[in-house]
Design a binder for this molecule. Structure first.
Ligand SMILES: Cc1cc2nc3c(=O)[nH]c(=O)nc-3n(C[C@H](O)[C@H](O)[C@H](O)COP(=O)(O)OP(=O)(O)OC[C@H]3O[C@@H](n4cnc5c(N)ncnc54)[C@H](O)[C@@H]3O)c2cc1C
Length: 385
C-alpha cells in the first residue's frame, strides 16, 4: 500500500501546525480561563479556510477529502480542543447533512456561508430521552398551512449558542420512527419560535459551549427539509451518514492530543530529576513512553487507512469508522492517564496543560456515539447477513 501523504495535504497540515504554535498555543490558557475564543482568532481561522475544510470547492470550501481533514484535525488537536470544536460543526456534523443530501438550492444557500465561516452550523439530534438511542427523538414537525411547525427540546448541542443555523432531526411519523419517520430540517436562528436554552456547565472543553435548543411552535418554510420532499422521513439515514465521517475526524482529534501528550511527557521525563537522575532513566517511565508511542503509531496507521478508504470508496465504511473512533479515543484516554502519571503531582496542576487534555479527552469516548455504541455498531456489521 502507498502511505505517502499527498504534497498539498502535507502543506496544509504544516500551515495548521504553524498556526497552532504561533496563534493558538499562546492564548490557550486565556481561553481556558475566560471560556471564550477571541473574535480575532476566529477571524484568522476564517482566513485560513478552516471552516470549509470539507465543503466542496464549488461552494467556496477547500474540499480536502477525509484524509486531508483528518490531518488538519490531528494538528489542531495539539492545542486546546475548543479551537477544533469551533470549526468542527461547520466541517462535520453541522454541514454534512446538506453536503451529502441537500438540494442544489440548499447547497447554494448555505454552504458558501458555512465554508467562509460567516455562518456557524450546529447539529441537533440528541434529546433528554434520545441519547445513544437516537431514534427515540420526541421533537415533532408537522406540516400546517404550507409551513413546518417544530415543537420540542434538543440538548447537549455543541456551538448551539453561536450557531446561525441548526440541522435538526424531528419526528414526522410516530409509527415509522427511524424507518421512515424522522426528517432532517435546516432551522435558522431568526426563525420564530427558535430559542437557545441553558448553556451547560461541563467537566472540560472550556471555550466550547454546549446548549439546549428549544422549538416552541417554531415555523419554518416547507422547503427546509434537507434534500427536499423526497427526503421526508429519511432524516435518520442522513444523521447516520453524517456521524460516520465524524467518527474518523474524532479519531484524528484524539490522535493529535495523544501525540502532544507523548511529546510533553518525553520532554518532562528528560528534565525532571529524582534520585539524582532524570526520571526518563527509570525503566518504569520508559515502558510507559514506549507503550504510549506504540499505541499512537497503531492508531495513526488505522486512521489514515480508513480515511483513505473512505476517500476512495465513498461513505460506506461504517465498521471501520466505528473501529477508528473506538480505538483512537480509548487509546488517547489511556495516554492521557499515563501522561498525568509521568508528570506526577504537576500532572494534576493547572500550571501544565496535561490535566486539561485529560479532562477534554474524556469527552471523546462519549459524544458522536459512546465507545459502547461503537462496539454495538462493529458487532452488528460483523454479524450482518
Ligand atoms: C459536551 C457534549 C457535546 C455534545 N454535542 C452534541 C451535538 O452537537 N449534537 C448532538 O446531537 N449531540 C451532542 N452530544 C450528545 C452525545 O452524542 C450523547 O451524549 C451521546 O450520544 C450519549 O448519549 P447520552 O448522553 O444520552 O448517554 P446514554 O445514551 O444515556 O448512555 C449512558 C450509558 O449507557 C450506555 N449505553 C446506552 N445504550 C447502550 C447499548 N445499547 N449498549 C451498551 N451500552 C449502552 C452508553 O454507552 C453510556 O455508557 C454532546 C454531548 C456532550 C457531552
Amino acid at each position: 500500500m502507498d502511505f505517502t501523504i499527498p504534497e498539498n495535504l502535507r502543506l496544509m497540515a504544516d500551515t495548521v501546525r504553524r498556526f497552532v504554535k504561533q496563534d493558538l498555543d499562546p492564548i490557550s490558557r486565556q481561553v481556558e480561563d475566560e471560556d471564550h475564543i477571541p473574535e480575532e482568532i476566529v477571524e484568522k481561522m476564517r482566513e485560513l479556510g478552516l471552516f470549509g475544510l470539507s465543503i466542496p470547492e464549488e461552494f467556496g470550501g477547500l474540499g480536502l477529502g477525509t484524509l486531508g481533514e483528518c490531518l488538519v484535525y490531528e494538528e489542531m488537536s495539539k492545542t486546546n480542543a475548543c479551537f477544533r470544536t469551533r470549526i468542527g460543526t461547520n466541517n462535520g456534523i453541522g454541514s454534512q447533512g446538506i453536503v451529502l443530501d441537500g438540494t442544489p438550492q440548499q447547497k447554494d444557500a448555505y454552504l458558501p456561508r458555512l465554508a467562509s465561516g460567516e455562518w456557524v452550523a450546529c447539529f441537533a439530534l440528541t434529546e433528554p430521552e434520545a441519547g445513544s438511542d437516537a431514534a427515540n427523538v420526541q421533537t415533532t414537525a408537522e406540516l400546517k398551512g404550507g409551513e413546518w411547525v417544530l415543537n420540542g427540546r434538543k440538548h447537549f448541542i455543541t456551538n448551539g449558542d453561536v450557531a446561525d443555523m441548526a440541522c435538526v432531526f424531528c419526528l414526522t411519523d410516530k409509527q415509522k420512527r427511524a424507518k421512515g419517520g424522522i426528517t432532517a430540517f435546516v432551522v435558522e436562528k431568526t426563525d420564530p419560535g427558535y430559542f437557545v436554552g441553558t448553556i451547560e456547565r461541563k467537566m472540560g472543553m472550556r471555550g466550547s459551549h454546549t446548549c439546549e435548543l428549544i422549538f416552541d411552535n417554531c415555523r419554518i418554510p416547507a422547503d427546509r427539509v434537507i434534500g427536499g420532499d423526497k427526503m421526508i422521513g429519511m432524516g435518520f439515514k442522513t444523521a447516520m451518514k453524517t456521524l460516520d465521517k465524524g467518527r474518523l475526524t474524532m479519531g484524528a482529534s484524539a490522535l493529535g492530543s495523544a501525540q502532544k501528550l507523548l511529546d510533553l511527557s518525553v520532554d518532562y521525563a528528560k528534565q525532571r530529576v529524582q534520585f539524582g537522575k532524570p526520571i526518563a532513566q527509570f525503566q518504569a517511565i520508559q515502558f510507559k513512553l514506549a507503550e504510549m508511542a506504540t499505541n499512537i503509531y497503531a492508531a495513526r496507521q488505522m486512521l489514515y487507512h480508513a480515511a483513505a478508504l473512505r476517500d476512495s470508496k465513498g461513505s460506506s465504511i461504517i465498521k471501520e469508522a466505528s473501529m477508528v473512533k473506538l480505538f483512537c479515543t480509548e487509546m488517547a484516554n489511556r495516554v492521557a492517564d499515563e501522561a498525568v502519571q509521568i508528570f506526577g503531582g504537576m500532572g494534576y496542576m493547572k500550571d501544565f496543560p496535561v490535566e486539561r487534555y485529560y479532562r477534554d479527552l474524556r469527552l471523546t469516548r462519549i459524544y458522536e456515539g459512546t465507545s459502547e455504541i461503537q462496539k454495538v455498531v462493529i458487532a452488528r456489521e460483523l454479524l450482518r447477513g
